[in-house]
Design a protein around this ligand. Structure first.
Ligand SMILES: [Zn+2]
Length: 438
């Protein structure tokens, strides 16, 4: 079947690489800049529309997060952090999720790309949207977790739900996508699917038995894995499970979180995936021709993160690139081989065929009970994210479109759409040709 060239939008804000969690902290936003630099030097940016979003507002974040948590993120700085001892504990900010200079702006930037990308898909202006700075899947409603402060995945899904009845969230980060699963655990409009290392590993959740609750029963899908997952084993799990998810749930939009800490040699990970094996998930989901939002996530061996996300950008564009890396600003990082694709190591795969087949049988049984004919969700369930909360106050007037928002009307679809159109996207002028000729 011949496939039309997909319209791909790519969100990037050059500021993102300037934020630092701390010298010894494994999370380095710089990896997104390294990725972008490779994308540019491979010439891939000529085939995408490159966008930079206006920073996400506190109000936008409060569609999922609690007001007091977001207010705290806005005001805390390394200089005043000692005045907030109680809040630091309450919001789990400190060690894994430190206070650093520009923390809130950082959250605004990575979140803006994900929400703005979802809005583009809603308006059918793109078929695929990429935001490598997003995918911070551990953040909770009122709590930072696992290097994540604001859960841009949840906020992007809420945006997609305005125009799409069912959204599937797929998570190939090595860690369980706990924040997203928790947010949508009781709704049947969002199916979350996470493939992750399970057993004595952060965040500790994601058992195959945890499959949703209430209306969301069977709509949380968890594939627990052991150390050493390789390309072949991953493919024999990911493809059949996702085929069943797409068949039974029939989502109208897909969010794919592409955490690169599942790659071989990751500083924090323990899988043995190559770049091509990781990208096979991207290739497979692209093939369903459903509006696709692709986000980053974890990934702590920087040179491999940028390799992976660059290669996945080429896959999404349908533009093969040579394995030999082009000259780029970070060329010495990529020695001694200076190639795009990394080979896996010889580490043992502790996931036996019997183990994986057993889990697949369990998940197929769960998915067999899922059908796309769902009832309209209930509103206002505490602790979940499936509908905008209607009990919040307006906060600080952070909207900048020049009119005073009415709290009662603020969450109507028309209002939000108008706001999105007015404020979230700025064409950054890096690209001015269409994508149809290739
Ligand atoms: Zn991770």
């Amino acid at each position: 079947m011949a496939q039309a060239k997909r319209r791909v939008a790519y969100y990037y804000d050059a500021e993102i690489g300037n934020y630092h969690y701390g010298t010894s902290h494994p999370m380095k936003p710089h990896r997104v800049r390294m990725t972008h630099n490779l994308v540019v030097n491979y010439g891939l940016y000529k085939q995408v529309e490159v966008y930079r979003s206006k920073p996400a507002s506190a109000q936008q974040m409060m569609r999922f997060h609690s007001d007091d948590y977001i207010d705290f993120l806005r005001i805390v700085t390394p200089d005043n952090v000692h005045d907030f001892v109680r809040q630091l504990q309450r919001f789990n900010v400190g060690e894994d999720c430190p206070v650093f200079d520009g923390l809130f702006e950082y959250c605004q930037i990575y979140t803006a790309g994900s929400i703005g990308g979802a809005a583009r898909l809603n308006r059918k202006e793109s078929d695929i949207v990429i935001n490598w700075s997003g995918g911070l899947h551990h953040a909770k409603k009122s709590e930072a977790s696992g290097f994540c402060y604001v859960n841009d995945c949840v906020l992007a899904i809420l945006e997609l739900l305005k125009k799409h009845q069912r959204v599937v969230y797929i998570d190939i980060d090595i860690h369980h996508g706990d924040g997203v699963e928790e947010a949508f655990y009781t709704t049947d409009r969002v199916m979350t699917v996470s493939f992750h290392k399970f057993g004595e590993y952060f965040p500790g959740t994601g058992d195959v038995k945890d499959s949703g609750h209430g209306a969301g029963t069977n709509h949380s899908v968890n594939f627990p894995l052991r150390d050493g997952m390789n390309d072949e084993a991953y493919r024999t799990c990911f493809r059949p499970v996702m085929a069943k998810v797409m068949e039974h749930f029939q989502p109208e939009a897909v969010l794919l979180q592409c955490g690169a800490d599942s790659l071989s040699g990751d500083r924090l990970g323990c899988f043995n995936m190559s770049v091509k094996g990781h990208a096979d998930c991207v290739e497979y989901m692209k093939g369903f021709n459903v509006p696709l939002l692709v986000l980053g996530g974890g990934g702590y061996t920087l040179r491999n993160v940028s390799r992976c996300w660059t290669y996945e950008t080429s896959v999404l564009l349908g533009t093969p690139v040579p394995n030999e890396l082009p000259v780029n600003d970070y060329y010495p990082y990529y020695g001694p081989d200076f190639t795009l694709c990394i080979p896996p190591s010889n580490m043992e795969n502790l996931n036996t065929t019997e183990y994986l087949e057993g889990k697949k049988v369990q998940l197929f049984e769960q998915l067999r009970k899922v059908s796309p004919t769902s009832v309209q969700i209930q509103t206002g369930q505490p602790g979940t994210a499936q509908t905008p909360r209607d009990d919040e106050e307006m906060g600080d007037g952070g909207e900048e479109e020049g009119k005073e928002p009415d709290p009662d009307a603020r969450e109507t679809e028309a209002e939000l759409d108008a706001r999105v159109d007015a404020t979230t996207e700025l064409y950054d002028g890096e690209k001015d040709q269409d994508t149809g000729a290739q």
